[in-house]
Design a protein around this ligand. Structure first.
Ligand SMILES: NC(=O)c1ccc[n+]([C@@H]2O[C@H](COP(=O)([O-])OP(=O)(O)OC[C@H]3O[C@@H](n4cnc5c(N)ncnc54)[C@H](O)[C@@H]3O)[C@@H](O)[C@H]2O)c1
Ligand SMILES: CC(C)(O)[C@@H](O)C(=O)O
Ligand SMILES: [Mg+2]
Ligand SMILES: [Mg+2]
Length: 350
């Protein structure tokens, strides 16, 4: 880290910076009712915005959206009616949904709104010049975007404007971020490129990929050395949440303060032995493939081929011993009851 990267100079917006009027009289089509879709649609509606959810005929999400009191139409009908089209179907189906349902129904001055920049940044969707193109990307799984809103809490988010045809794109994007609850926590100004590249890198190297590999390899190391799977599960997976909660609340420092000196000394001396300079080189390689578009091409080709590797990897992950051990242990301990109740209220079907 250099001295200039230590200075936090990004613009951060809060509730008082957003003008609700910039979205109050618009109709928003939320395409998709999955992780992000159900949260954006319900939060927007609860904030007083007119929402129509766009779902395919026969979509299993239809019952969930209607059950939540929302109006449902086909993606094409919703896009035709809306001033703002919020594209919240999976990244891999967005180009197809855009081509068939959105593009023919876009009018000059409409807004295309995303929660991730993949398809714009890697040119899979090329919008006409006369529409606004914005991104409000919550830095969180969708279910927490809804849960936080209901609890009067916020979810941090990013705001980016790719194309400002009307001159209002920024104000409208900020109002959208406010309506889904992001300005309660803070919204950071960014670009489609920066969001796309950092988001892909983060989920691959640290949040989803890096951390699951660390957990599995820690678990396997203990079990292969003869320790019980239950001990390995608690040590390498369950307690991770409690440790991460401390980092979330007060940074690395709060975590180091809370653990014993023995854990702190052991962690400070052995952490870099495990995640060493090779891991750093591997991270740089992962980042390079995100930056040069190689990962995007790989993921697009994988989908075009019917997801053969993805399916295999998903099955292997599901069948990892740690999953069976976890399921059994989670059933035996009291913390699971509270989690189950929360899950039920957040449940949506894809
Ligand atoms: N999952 C997250 O927490 C998260 C976080 C930040 C940003 N994002 C971004 O939000 C966007 C949506 O991701 P998600 O994970 O919420 O999606 P998801 O996989 O949860 O979306 C599923 C929804 O899309 C619909 N759908 C699936 N295929 C469809 C098709 N061919 N045509 C029409 N509808 C279809 C399903 O019926 C369902 O309602 C993506 O751009 C993603 O990168 C997601
Ligand atoms: C929730 C994440 C990982 O942050 C998001 O980026 C996603 O793609 O689901
Ligand atoms: Mg992502
Ligand atoms: Mg992310």
């Amino acid at each position: 880290m250099t001295e200039d990267t230590q200075t936090f100079d990004s613009t951060v917006y809060y509730d008082e910076d957003a003008d609700e009027e910039a979205i109050a009289h618009e109709t928003v089509a939320v395409l998709g009712y999955g992780s992000q879709g159900h949260a954006h649609a319900q939060n927007l509606a609860d904030s007083g915005v007119d929402v129509v959810v766009g779902l395919r005929e026969g979509s299993a999400s239809r019952a969930a959206a209607e059950g939540d009191g929302l109006r449902v139409a086909t993606p094409a009908e919703a896009a035709a009616e809306a001033d703002i089209v919020s594209v919240l179907v999976p990244d891999t189906v967005q180009p197809d949904v855009y081509e068939n349902a959105v593009e023919p129904n876009l009018e000059a001055g409409d807004t295309l709104q995303f929660a991730h920049g993949f398809n714009i940044h890697y040119n899979q969707i090329q919008p006409p010049a006369d529409v606004d193109v914005t991104m409000v990307a919550p830095k969180s799984p969708g279910h927490l975007v809804r849960r936080n809103y209901e609890n009067d809490e916020g979810t941090p988010g990013l705001l980016a404007v790719y194309q400002d045809a009307t001159g209002d794109a920024h104000a409208q994007g900020l109002a959208y971020a406010a309506a889904i609850g992001c300005t309660r926590a803070g919204v950071v100004e960014t670009s489609f490129r920066e969001e796309t590249e950092t988001d892909l890198f983060g989920e691959q190297a640290v949040l989803c990929g890096g951390v699951t590999s660390l957990v599995k390899q820690g678990y396997e190391t203990l079990v292969d050395a003869g320790y019980s799977p239950e001990m390995a599960y608690f040590e390498c997976l369950n307690e991770l949440k409690l440790i991460v909660d401390l980092m979330y609340e007060g940074g690395l420092g709060e975590m180091w303060d809370s653990v014993s000196d023995t854990a702190e000394y052991g962690g400070l001396t052995k952490g870099d032995v495990v995640v060493d300079e090779h891991a750093r080189e591997n991270m740089e390689e992962v980042l390079e493939k995100v930056q040069n578009g190689q990962f995007a091409r790989e993921w697009i080709a994988e989908n075009q081929a019917g997801r053969p590797s993805y399916t295999q990897l998903r099955t292997a992950e599901k069948n990892h011993e740690i999953e069976a051990v976890g399921e059994e242990l989670r059933g035996l301990f009291a913390w699971q009851e509270a989690d189950d109740e929360e899950e039920e209220s957040a449940e949506v079907t894809a």
